[in-house]
Ligand binder design. Structure first.
Ligand code: WQD
Length: 300
């Protein structure tokens, strides 16, 4: 779901050549990567993540997200690569009423096949780590938004975005006619849902901290919430975007969206203390970077 042009952005930002292999994570040729490269640890981002799509096509999600994980961990075992940072999601908490939510909260029935793949993946990794030499850090993302401040890399949603922020920026850019606010009759201060929106740059930095943590990590499996610890409502995000961009969005109050959790935000104290990480960027910077990136996309 990405594009080769992203590599140019990465190289301009990091000043380093990003080596890459065009391999499907489910394919047996993945072992070539382990044959050719000295790999110390794996950060596993490669999975489908669109909730709505997973409801329409669950098998696609199970084949890719679970099948890919099994192929990857099989290669890691064969080539004795023992450290994995796994991209998980707050969706594993299900429709929780207890925010801020910490990692001791059990994984509960997922709201979508996408969420189910994250729960199953964590359970597979926990078992492999408890009964073998694998060490896993599972990072539970809350709502990643924004783009690199350079405007060189960012989210490339395919088709009509299901997520709030890309829909906002595409509405502002005139690509979408009208933003629908899915529900303003919830039991929240302004009636709209509350989420823990986290800048994707803060999220990325947490992955580097997780790699550093492997050296002193006492257990073989651990979980960290990656959120700011602050909840913002949908209407607050819309207001913030309009303030930052100077654009008044065409929007309508619409019915609730099936499967939406009323409110959820992170207790991120564990990541703060053990990973020595905390989110530094606020909603303004998230909206600024998202809008800058959309304008770059629109100008290309
Ligand atoms: C946020 C809020 C919508 C679009 C999903 C996944 C989660 C994670 C992040 C991967 C909700 C409202 C949205 C719109 C709206 N993905 N909204 N109008 O559903 O919290 O989380 O993406 O890890 O696993 O479940 O994110 O951005 O879709 O919605 O009013 O056009 O914005 O109702 O309250 P969500 P979202």
């Amino acid at each position: 779901n990405s594009q080769e042009s992203v590599l140019n952005g990465i190289e301009q930002i990091s000043g380093q050549q990003a080596k890459w292999y065009n391999i499907d994570i489910k394919d047996s040729s993945l072992s070539e990567l382990f044959e050719k490269e000295e790999i110390e640890a794996v950060i596993h981002f490669a999975a489908f993540k669109a909730v709505g799509e997973s409801v329409e096509n669950p098998l696609k999600y199970f084949e890719n997200n679970i099948g890919g994980l099994l192929n990857l961990t099989g290669c890691m075992q064969k080539y004795e690569v023992e450290s994995m940072v796994f991209s998980s999601s707050c969706t594993v908490y299900g429709d929780t009423k207890s925010s801020p939510i910490d990692e001791s909260h059990p994984r509960t029935a997922a709201i979508s096949p996408y969420g189910t793949t994250k729960i199953i993946s964590e359970e597979i990794l926990e078992d492999l780590s408890e009964h073998g030499s694998l060490k896993t850090i599972s990072l539970r993302y809350f709502n990643p938004v924004g783009a690199h401040p350079s405007g060189l890399i960012g989210e490339l949603p395919l088709g009509v975005p299901s997520n709030l922020v890309p829909f906002i920026t595409q509405t502002a850019a005139g690509i979408r006619d009208c933003l629908s606010i899915f529900g303003t009759d919830y039991n929240t201060p302004d009636g709209s849902n509350i989420r823990d929106f986290i800048h994707v740059v803060d999220l990325a930095k947490a992955h580097v901290k997780a790699l550093d943590y492997f050296i002193k990590m006492p257990e073989h499996f651990d979980i960290f919430n990656l959120g700011t610890g602050k909840g913002h409502s949908v209407l607050e995000v819309v207001d913030c975007f309009e303030k930052v961009s100077g654009i008044r969005l065409n929007k309508r109050m619409a019915a609730r969206r099936a499967g939406d959790v009323e409110q959820i935000w992170a207790d991120n104290s564990k990541a703060k203390s053990l990973l020595n990480w905390s989110a530094e960027l606020g909603l303004d910077q998230m909206m600024e970077s998202a809008w800058r990136w959309q304008q770059k996309l629109s100008n290309n």
